[in-house]
Design a binder for this molecule. Structure first.
Ligand SMILES: Nc1ncnc2c1ncn2[C@@H]1O[C@H](COP(=O)(O)OP(=O)(O)O)[C@@H](O)[C@H]1O
Ligand SMILES: [Mg+2]
Length: 298
């Protein structure tokens, strides 16, 4: 029998042990973990418009949690509040035991964040982009090189480290952005629409990376997407929202099973609980922005 500590020292073996667990076992283990993120009545108004309306959600440590909904639902606004970029209009949010409003400084050390818009500098190399973040995160000079090298290797970007990012493919840029955001080994990683504008292969790579992060580092993942089906396989639990409000929360399998409809999808779940088509309510501005990002990434 190897001890747990020994297993940890042999990540390869731990990976093997974990792969014997069924998805149900993994989910069960995750749901027994403590809560790392919670919101109560989380609300954000822009003048009279309510972008996020009294949202109550929680996320367990080590969970892959998906905040789903059509464009304009309020997903990015939720992430911006949780990451201290946007003040709450009302309600409360706790991250790793700290209050997002009153302890913003500590909270900022706990998470990594990959925004929906591009965040890597195309006129720098991959290595230079990472170096900037390593300095931002106060990673001591003597550890920086090793840290950057390890993360480039983990992402499969070592070969292109000295190439200008503007010559990267969309998938490579996304990976670099994720690398930037985890240099300081955050407990929780926020990914806002991580696959928008990516081709199917790059998308699959991003999803694989998310799973790897959770399996190897136990990182809690909080992601948003308007591709409900994509979230189905990846997320332990999801909250579907529309027009700022929670529509329903649950384990994808159970949500689909609740419809009593053969081969139901999460899109069907959305339509069932909202009576709405998924594409409604998409503003021109949102669409234009998504396209613009897609072009720049693609
Ligand atoms: N700074 C802002 N000022 C005014 N309205 C905003 C602002 N940011 C977002 N909104 C509006 O809030 C709603 C939710 O936006 P967002 O959170 O970006 O949605 P999602 O990320 O789900 O597509 C949209 O109708 C959007 O136009
Ligand atoms: Mg958004």
């Amino acid at each position: 029998m190897t001890t747990f500590k020994e297993q940890l020292e042999q990540p390869g073996e731990l990976g093997q042990l974990r792969s014997h667990d069924s998805p149900e076992d993994n989910l069960q283990k995750t749901l027994e973990m403590p809560i790392i993120l919670s919101t109560q009545g989380l609300t954000r108004r822009f003048d009279k418009f309510v972008a996020v309306d009294s949202l109550d959600i929680f996320v367990k440590q080590g969970e892959v949690f998906g905040l789903l909904g059509p464009n304009g639902a309020g997903k990015s606004t939720v992430i911006k509040m949780l990451t201290t970029l946007l003040p709450l209009t009302a309600g409360k949010a706790m991250l790793a035991g700290y209050d997002v409003t009153h302890q913003a400084g500590v909270v900022r050390r706990v998470f990594g964040y990959v925004p929906q818009a591009l965040s890597a500098d195309g006129y720098l190399t991959g290595y230079e982009n990472l170096l900037i973040f390593a300095k931002l995160y106060d990673i001591p000079r003597r550890r920086r090189e090793r840290c950057i090298r390890e993360i480039l290797a983990f992402m499969g970007l070592l070969d292109v480290r000295d190439r200008l990012v503007r010559n990267y493919s969309g998938g490579m840029i996304r990976k670099l952005e994720i690398a930037q955001s985890i240099l300081h080994e955050p407990q929780i990683l926020f990914l806002d629409e991580p696959t928008v504008g990516l081709d199917p292969i790059a998308r699959a790579q991003v999803w694989q990376l998310v799973q790897q992060l959770r399996a190897e580092f136990g990182t809690t993942i909080f992601l948003t997407t308007h591709f409900l089906e994509e979230a189905d396989n990846l997320c332990d639990r999801v909250t579907i929202m529309q027009r700022g409000r929670e529509v329903i929360t649950g384990i994808p399998q159970e949500l689909k099973a609740s419809l009593e409809q053969a081969n139901a999808t999460l899109d069907d779940v959305f339509i069932h609980y909202t009576g709405d088509q998924l594409t409604s309510g998409v503003s021109y501005r949102e669409t234009a922005r998504t396209r613009r990002n897609a072009q720049r990434l693609g």
